[in-house]
Write a protein that binds this ligand. Sequence first.
Ligand code: FAD
Length: 362
Amino acid sequence: MNNTEVVIIGGGLSGLYAAGELQRHNKNYLLFDTKPTLGGRIAGIPSSDNTEQYYDLGPSWVFPHHLRMQELVSKLKLSLYEQFEHGDVLFQFENIKQPRRIDSHPTQNVFRIKGGTFNLVKHMLKELNPKNLYVKHKVTKIEQVNNFYRVHIFDGTQTRAINCLKILFAIPPRIIARDFEGSAWLSPSLQQSLFSSQTWMAAQAKILVTFDKPFWREQTLSGQAFSQQGPMVEVHDASLSDNEGALFGFIGMPAAQRIYEPTKELKQACIRQLGVLFGQQAYKFNKCYLKDWAKDKDICTGQDQSEGSRHPIIKTSLFSKECALQNMFFAGSEFAEEEAGYLEGALIAVEKAVQLLTNNEK
Ligand SMILES: Cc1cc2nc3c(=O)[nH]c(=O)nc-3n(C[C@H](O)[C@H](O)[C@H](O)COP(=O)(O)OP(=O)(O)OC[C@H]3O[C@@H](n4cnc5c(N)ncnc54)[C@H](O)[C@@H]3O)c2cc1C
């Protein structure tokens, strides 16, 4: 591992997109991520038939106005399809035992990536030099030394340091504020700005249940359900094909409470709820996965766990230009001036950061 021009911290969508952009500008870079798998919040479970299809445990939806995402998908020769919403929607009202079935028309008009969102990560990786990408490498300390940075990286066994000229943070603002608190380059006002911005969806938990086929479609049900009883407050069709049925749900219980809830019991309660909603066939599931993002320390902080969900708000204009003069750039999705927290936000934030980074040299 040699010294380099740019160190990218984080290998989620923003880190990988930044790597591609830097490669396009012929920049030398190294990317580090703490996790064993790249993709960050884009986490996927391979389908049972191993056909490079993935169920989503993180983001699933590309919104119609997210044009950069749509362009990226088509550039990578992937395709989008509409979220399955045909059929009735089920509602579980408080104090009413039986779910109500309501005739509904597709309302969300959102898209999913064919093969799952993790397929996007797989395709992005094909375009990057694997020698520049380090998994299971956590950046633990950044020191400003004269006109360069010394970056300390822990690989699970030992800590090594490399030098670079520029740092590109592709991690959420609150993770920077938490993990690099006390660094000389982190002024009290920057620390405060970074800390104030919640990481979008970081405190959510997603459950995914797979079936031989999307049996609810045969009952003209859309797979969509909304519940005031829980544990899931929303359920959606997450099938990959007619032979790879799946439902996913968001758990309504707040993160701070979930910590005390054993995973096994929570999963069982979700299956029982699917049984009430969709009938006996729900009990014939194949696999059940629960990803509690609030327990993921690389993504979620204690502050995120204790707050109600809200969109990130961070006034990057207050510090990004000043930081750019010190060769520090911010590219995580939460730093985007528009669509912050979304997949689209990650692309917007990277484009801005890379523009500042390359402008610095003119
Ligand atoms: C359950 C869920 C559902 C969502 N649904 C949608 C959706 O439908 N549509 C949508 O547009 N968006 C959705 N989102 C948001 C979307 O996932 C994010 O906007 C996007 O993935 C953020 O990418 P990122 O690269 O900025 O950050 P992240 O994906 O958080 O990546 C940050 C990376 O940095 C790494 N890291 C942290 N600290 C260090 C360190 N010190 N050293 C090295 N590496 C470090 C982490 O391991 C992580 O891999 C959802 C998110 C979740 C959790």
